[in-house]
Ligand binder design. Structure first.
Ligand SMILES: Nc1ncnc2c1ncn2[C@@H]1O[C@H](COP(=O)(O)OP(=O)(O)OP(=O)(O)O)[C@@H](O)[C@H]1O
Ligand SMILES: [Mg+2]
Length: 278
């Protein structure tokens, strides 16, 4: 009953009404001499799920980390609901409260139960009482299909269940946008689906989401837009099915071919020392 429960979770209203929730303008970012984001422009409308794909090292995680103010940018600016969050003197912790982030590694506290993991930050930062926090946390655990697991510790949960607890934990802060960075990449294949379903249902509630993933079926079915990143730039953007079935940029084609995501028969492909032959 995840889908019906999820209806209580979404936050479609942005503070200033109709404008984009996230706007990235000309963002550049280097680590030393390594230029990692090379002028990224991106707009995510309220309620949209934007999927980000691209090769390892193309800057996907760095982009999400910059949006969440975990990395300072060198140039450009980032706006959240119309506010420039990359300006000097911004209240970082207030900005982060509006942004939920879920990583590949769930990072739950091993000594805390699922419900305590979900409520901890909300009680400390949002100053909710234990009772208020637990009531909300139980609703969220139900939403992610884990109401029966509230009192379990992480080691008693599967990876997929732990990741769903991590999603509930992020939702506990009532974020206005959720960032997902390869949240299913560390999971056994049979556990991937349960996490993707929770994300799909969250998207259906109208949550604004930026999702870095290799799950192309998810991108196709849940994404409103898809961007392909290469060497710190967005080289292609569009409706997911269009980009995936008919990429216009050669770099996108090559990426999809290498990950066997192009609708080409396996029989037509050969392999060499580099991997899938071009
Ligand atoms: N904290 C850091 N310090 C130095 N270099 C970094 C740091 N974080 C990322 N990089 C470098 O920035 C580049 C982009 O990394 P990033 O993690 O954003 O790529 P990605 O697209 O998320 O890759 P993957 O698919 O492997 O997760 C890489 O060359 C990486 O080595
Ligand atoms: Mg990454």
């Amino acid at each position: 009953m995840i889908a019906s429960e999820a209806a209580t979770v979404g936050t479609t209203d942005s503070a200033n009404g109709a404008g984009p929730v996230v706007r990235v303008e000309g963002v550049r970012k280097s680590f030393g001499t390594n230029l990692v984001l090379d002028g990224v422009d991106l707009t995510v409308a309220a309620g949209d799920a934007l999927v980000i794909i691209g090769r390892s090292g193309s800057g996907k995680s760095t982009l999400l980390r910059c949006i969440n103010l975990l990395e300072p940018i060198d140039d450009g600016r980032i706006l959240l609901e119309g506010d420039e969050i990359t300006r000097k003197g911004v209240d970082v912790s207030r900005v982060r409260q509006r942004i939920g982030m879920v990583f590949q590694q769930f990072n739950l506290f091993p000594h805390l139960t699922a419900i305590d993991n979900v409520t901890l930050a909300a009680r400390k930062i949002r100053k909710l009482s234990r009772e208020q926090a637990e009531r909300r946390a139980r609703e969220l655990l139900k939403t992610v299909g884990l109401e029966e697991k509230a009192e379990q510790h992480p080691h008693q949960l599967s990876g997929g269940q732990q990741q769903r607890v991590a999603i509930a934990r992020a939702l506990m802060m009532e974020p206005h946008v959720m960032l997902f960075d390869e949240v299913t990449s560390a999971l056994d294949p049979e556990l991937v689906g349960e996490v993707l379903i929770v994300m799909r249902d969250l998207a259906r509630t109208g949550m604004t989401m930026l999702v870095v993933t290799h799950e192309m079926q998810f991108a196709r079915e849940v994404g409103d837009r898809l961007v392909f990143m290469d060497e710190g730039r967005i080289v292609e953007e569009g409706v997911p099915a269009d980009v995936l079935d008919n990429p216009s940029d050669e770099r996108t084609r090559r990426f999809l071919r290498r990950t066997l995501q192009l609708p080409e028969s396996l029989e037509e492909l050969t392999v060499n020392e580099e991997g899938v032959e071009e």
